[in-house]
Ligand binder design. Sequence first.
Ligand code: GAR
Length: 201
Amino acid sequence: MNNIAVLISGRGSNLKALLDACTDGRLDATICAVISDNPNALGLVFAQDHGIATHVVEKLPHQNRQEYDRRLISTLELIDADWIALAGFMRILGSELVNRYIGKLVNIHPSLLPAYIGLNTHQRVIDANEPKHGATVHFVTEELDGGPIIKQQSLDVLPSDTAESLAERVLQIEHKLYPLVMQFLISGHARYENGKCYLDD
Ligand code: GAR
C-alpha cells in the first residue's frame, strides 16, 4: 500500500529527502521507482546508487503530450505504485494521466499557491516585493499547479534575499514538507475527495 514512485527531471534533492524520511522512519513507505523525462537527471544516479529502480521516459521529438503521457502510464503500470510524487518533474501532465491517478498524484511547488504558478517563482516573488514566500504540496489536477492544496509552509522574504538565497531557503522547507505530507496521505490523515483535500481535524 505504501509504494511511492517519484518523478524527477533534475537534481533530485526532494527525492533524497523522501528517501531519508523512509530510512529514518518518518515516512512509512518505500520508494519503489524513480522515473525521469531527462536521461541526464542527477537524481537518477542518486536513485541507482541507492538501489532504486529507475526508468527514463524521454519526450521524443515527434510525440505530442498525449502520446508521451501514454508511455508514462505504461511505465507507471509496470511499477504499480500506490502514490506518485512529482519532485521537480518539469512536464505538464495531460488529462488522461491525471484522471487515471487522481487522488494519488501529488506535486511540490516552490511558492505559496495559488500565487506564482509556473516557473521562476523565486525571482518573481522578489520582483513583486512580496513579504512572504514558501512551498506547497498539492494534489495534481488538470489545472496547472491548481489542484487542491494539502499543506504549505511559508517564510519571510528578507531584504537581503536573492532568487538564489530564497530558492535555497524554500528548498529547506520542501525537504521537510514533502515527507510530512506523504505520511499524511499514507496514514489516511489527508485524502482527495470530489476535487477537494480533506484533512483529519
Ligand atoms: C524544487 O524546488 C521543486 O519545488 C521544483 O523544482 C525543484 C526541484 O528540485 N518544482 C517545480 O518547480 C515544479 N513546478 P530537486 O530536483 O532538487 O528536488
